[in-house]
Design a protein around this ligand. Structure first.
Ligand SMILES: [Zn+2]
Length: 307
């Protein structure tokens, strides 16, 4: 498929990651000190943005040297890459006090990424998703997974090294299969009890070690809906920084069946005709609604409904 055939929200980070320069600490330090370099800021996982007068929002960049001062060291900094000649960093801030009322006053405000994603240019949403995934990884992997000693950031924040046993640790991505089971002119959606009333979505589950994507898809469809998969096709993928997933979107043909739900995960599964799926996408099906267009599940249902 062409690279730009379909782009989910949070995919399409346009920065040159310049990974060949990450391992040069002097170069990274010089870029951080360069007054032309920029930094984005996350506070407790929320990006700092500016709301544009003409509508929408965008990343509120600050000078990288300011981010360097506020970081207190490399632990909370990430070299994101290059935008043309400009180096871009990310700063991870934590704590109770809103930095927009403190050291970053007047420079932007912090908003939940998922809530604001559709108000951002696609490139900004993708850049922020990259930074958020990296900081979520750092937050959960401060200690060496081999010997338990505190680890230290290296390569501009893209790896961690254990000073004790020398093990290197790299950011993780957890693959999730998310699929729309279809049978002829019907598709199957499920709902979890905790979701808002009337919300239906695609089925999903983590890929397990030793499984291919299509095997994981078939297993989940059997576990969650009791249906046998016969054919799987790939739609698209989506980086999903909650905290580190890659959503692998599939459309899966299944044998006909009654589809009793898996009571441990799903409250209900329900068949929708293609006509109903179109109405669901148009938010025009009484008593049922689909996830918003930020979610790859929305895109899977839409793609099939429009086929
Ligand atoms: Zn170690």
């Amino acid at each position: 498929m062409p690279l730009d055939a379909f782009m989910n929200v949070f995919a399409g980070n346009p920065l040159d990651r310049a990974s060949y320069r990450r391992a040069e600490p002097d170069w990274v330090a010089a870029r951080l000190a360069d007054p032309e370099s920029l930094a984005l800021v996350l506070w407790n996982g929320k990006p700092m943005v500016e709301i544009r007068k003409e509508g929408g929002a965008q990343i509120a960049y600050v000078r990288a040297d300011l981010a360097g001062e506020l970081s207190g060291g490399p632990e909370r900094l990430l070299f994101m890459g290059l935008w043309k000649e400009t180096a871009v960093f990310a700063l991870d801030m934590e704590g109770q006090a809103d930095p927009a009322d403190g050291p970053l006053e007047g420079l932007g405000r912090f908003e939940d990424l998922r809530t604001i994603a559709l108000d951002l240019p696609a490139a900004d949403a993708a850049i922020l998703a990259t930074a958020k995934a990296m900081f979520e990884w750092r937050r959960r992997h401060r200690h060496c997974a081999v010997c338990g000693e505190p680890s230290e950031p290296a390569d501009g924040g893209w790896k961690r090294v254990c000073p004790s046993c020398k093990a290197e640790h790299f950011p993780r991505t957890d693959p999730v299969v998310i699929m729309l089971p279809v049978n002829g002119e019907r598709c199957l959606l499920g709902r979890q009890g905790a979701w808002p009333k009337g919300m239906y979505s695609a089925l999903a589950g983590f890929l397990e070690p030793g499984e291919s994507i299509e095997e994981a898809c078939a297993r989940e469809v059997m576990e969650e809906a009791g249906l046998k998969a016969t054919r799987v096709r790939y739609h698209s993928t989506q980086p999903w920084p909650y905290p580190s997933s890659l959503m692998i979107g599939l459309i899966c043909e299944v044998e006909d069946g009654e589809a009793p739900p898996d009571q441990t995960e799903l409250e209900e599964v329900r068949w929708f005709t293609r006509e109903e799926a179109r109405a669901l996408m148009a938010n025009n099906l009484p008593g049922a609604r689909a996830p918003g267009s930020v979610a790859i599940a929305h895109q899977l249902i839409k793609a099939w409904a429009e086929e």
